[in-house]
Write a protein that binds this ligand. Structure first.
Ligand code: PLP
Length: 390
């Protein structure tokens, strides 16, 4: 049976052009960028080219890009690095985040609160999981160490008004971080330095390799390294850089940003076909996240009388690879903190499904999916009714 991949928010396959760009740096040009000799110089040149490519796409200076091991690490460095630096410098001890952050941000903020004396506060979100800028205006003050709000939500696809939120922070001279891990494949990152101080990226969400990420850190931002050792990455992230993966990330980022204009309408058409069909043909199905302000590839739902994880197993058996919430959640029977924060009941939140398409998805695959899903759900509900009657 042919498997159909509809989980591009979990990860994406590496683009052929990206793989090709990476290959020379595994063997022929394998040098350590910190070495003085020619091998080192070649590796360093590749590293700095990659930094320049990414910076150019963002319209920022290359010295504002720090390479990390993944999106999670970028989030950790941003939150912990800035919070600790600001606390030791200014005594600012409040952290403001949204309640719909990825765990890479929320668990880091919780640890800072539980073990490092910070006060963690949550910004209000509406029923689409979008942060209310007025709530930030009310809560922001000099004692805030950092504000962090997710750009494009991994579970529900909603896009936050990050530019407005960032401007509020800038007017108050408070660092603003955004987790752009999902957004980078779908929105232009040009000019992000005009409104944010830190932004996190992970290559495997935009057809680059897994295990490499980047953090934009605006010049002048107070930040401490969270991984200490050698002086790599401007002293902010010790450890020999993963040159082939960084080269791959830069190529993938450049391609994603350059191909955005063509890709967006293609993905939106596929996404909207899924959204419209599910709402039309499946009873007790509700779209989660914003109907318009959402990532171009992202459709997410909750279904009455359905267990999301069981549904994934049934869909897998029918040939479709989807997700319930974020990939890290699979197998976790607790309702998603994101859906609960939006006011969805625990019962309904347990019936969530995320369907994310990508550049290799075909209209036929989507057609096949929207025809199959109602049948899978109907069979699933019947089976459960049967079990309930026993
Ligand atoms: C919004 C968001 N932030 C952070 C991460 C973590 O990124 P990585 O898998 O590169 O550690 C993910 C991955 O799912 C994500 O979707």
């Amino acid at each position: 049976m042919k498997k159909i991949y509809m989980d591009y928010a979990a990860t994406t396959p590496v683009d052929e052009r990206v793989l090709e760009a990476m290959l020379p740096y595994f063997s022929g040009q394998f040098g350590n960028p910190s070495s003085i000799h020619l091998y080192g110089q070649e590796a360093e040149a590749a590293l700095e080219d990659a930094r320049e490519i990414i910076a150019q796409q963002m319209g920022v200076h290359s010295s504002e890009i720090v390479f990390t091991g993944c999106g999670t690490e970028s989030d950790n460095l941003a939150l912990r690095g800035v919070a600790l630096a600001r606390k030791s410098k200014t005594r600012a001890d409040r952290i403001l985040i949204s309640p719909v952050e990825h765990h890479a941000v929320s668990h880091t903020a919780e640890q800072l609160a539980d073990h490092f004396g910070f006060r963690l506060e949550y910004l209000k979100v509406d029923s689409y999981g979008i942060v209310d800028p007025d709530d930030l205006r009310r809560k922001i003050d000099r004692d805030v160490a950092i504000v962090s709000v997710i750009y494009g939500n991994n579970e529900i696809g909603s896009i936050n008004p990050v530019e407005e939120l960032g401007q509020i922070c800038r007017a108050n001279e408070i660092p603003f971080h955004t987790d752009a891990v999902q957004a980078a494949a779908h929105l232009s990152m040009k000019g992000l330095g005009n409104w944010c101080d830190l932004a996190s990226f992970g290559a495997h969400k935009f057809y680059g390799p897994k295990g490499v990420g980047a953090l934009f850190i605006r010049k002048g931002t107070s930040i401490l390294p969270i991984q200490t050792g050698g002086g790599q990455e401007f002293g902010l992230r010790a450890g020999t850089q993963n040159v082939p993966y960084i080269v791959g990330m830069a190529k993938a980022f450049e391609l994603a940003q350059m191909e955005l204009q063509n890709m967006q309408p293609f993905l939106m058409q596929l996404r909207d076909k899924i959204i419209v069909s599910v709402q039309e043909f499946i009873k007790g199905a509700y779209l989660t996240g914003h109907p318009v302000d959402r990532l171009s590839n992202h459709a997410s739902f909750v279904f009455e009388g359905v267990d999301g994880n069981q549904l994934l197993i049934h869909l897998d058996a029918a040939g479709f690879a989807c997700s319930s919430g974020s990939a890290c959640k699979t197998g976790d029977p607790k309702p998603s903190h994101v859906l609960l924060a939006m006011g969805i009941s625990s019962q309904l939140a347990l019936g969530s499904l995320r369907v994310t398409v990508g550049k290799y998805t075909t209209p036929d695959e989507v057609e096949n999916f929207v025809n199959s899903l109602p049948v899978v759900i109907q069979n699933f509900r019947k089976l459960n009714e049967g079990i309930g009657k026993r």
